[in-house]
Design a binder for this molecule. Structure first.
Ligand code: 0L1
Ligand code: MG
Length: 271
């Protein structure tokens, strides 16, 4: 890996500190003109800091793969972020809200990669390497005040990745992913509804985008990696209590958000 430039190192340190201190960075960042290459270099430096603390890479996530998400955040380009084991919560497990700044949750389709894949390989066939699919929850938590960012800033911030939860894997060839309803519930109330078609028309259509980004960035997906293909609805503020996503024919996934500073029936409107 090449040595990061001073601006990249500084940006990574500031974002890493914001995440660890659970304190957002203001919009007036000391890197007003970060370009997209520097932003991905910052993301790599940020992930390197997590690896240095003992976390391991477990996959990649795509962001802005739906019209709803692009509209919600005012951007129009698919982006990629990196997942570590430290970000994963067990299905039915807990999400510690006190470690998060202003978390939002979104229902995702996740893929399991069954063989080593080098996305920089010109002959790569990512779809052929996929063996499983699952319903997922992604918890995003921008390290910027008020989720206010431009494209380079959100890329630098590892696409707001914070936590993720995966439901049981199903064999990819046994599941129909074509325009299937997706329901997000919080405390048993429906809080968002969408369809798998919201993810670039079909979740598998995200794969060429991931390959293009991975080729540009020299990314790999070792066997066993996870790919979060994107959200089927807008992200919703995460409050204390149960949250779940359900995709008929694929399955469901559930977690419980907990906080020492709010009861299990707190207002759920973000913090
Ligand atoms: O996973 C996503 O689509 C998130 C992309 C990052 C932007 C955000 O914080 O909403
Ligand atoms: Mg997402």
């Amino acid at each position: 890996m090449t040595t990061p430039s001073p601006v990249v190192s500084q940006a990574a340190e500031l974002l890493d500190t914001a995440q660890q201190a659970v304190t957002p960075v203001g919009t007036a960042t000391p890197w007003p003109d970060l370009d997209l290459d520097e932003a991905y270099a910052t993301q790599a430096a940020l992930i390197a800091r997590r690896h240095a603390r003992g976390e391991h890479g477990v996959g990649l996530k795509l962001g802005f793969t739906s019209e709803a998400k692009m509209r919600q955040m005012g951007v129009d380009e698919v982006i990629v972020g990196q997942l570590t084991d430290g970000m994963q919560a067990a299905d039915g497990g807990t999400i510690d809200m006190d470690a998060l700044i202003h978390p939002r949750v979104e229902p995702e389709v996740a893929f399991l990669v069954g063989a080593d894949v080098d996305l920089a390989d010109p002959d790569v066939d990512l779809e052929a390497a996929l063996t499983g699919v699952a319903a997922g929850l992604e918890i995003i938590d921008s390290r910027y005040d008020g989720f206010r960012f431009d494209l380079p800033r959100v890329v630098a911030d590892n696409t707001s990745a914070a936590m993720f939860v995966l439901g049981p894997w199903r064999a990819l060839d046994e599941v129909d992913l074509d325009d299937v309803p997706v329901t997000l519930r919080a405390r048993d109330e429906v809080v968002a509804e969408g369809t798998t078609a919201a993810i670039l028309g079909h979740p598998l259509r995200t794969l060429p985008r991931l390959v293009a980004l991975g080729r540009r960035l020299g990314l790999r997906l070792p066997a066993g990696s996870v790919v979060l293909a994107g959200a089927a609805t807008e992200a919703v503020a995460l409050g204390p209590g149960a949250v779940s996503a359900e995709i008929p024919g694929l399955g469901s996934v559930r977690a419980v958000a907990v906080s020492d500073s709010a009861g299990p029936l707190g207002d759920g409107g973000g913090r």
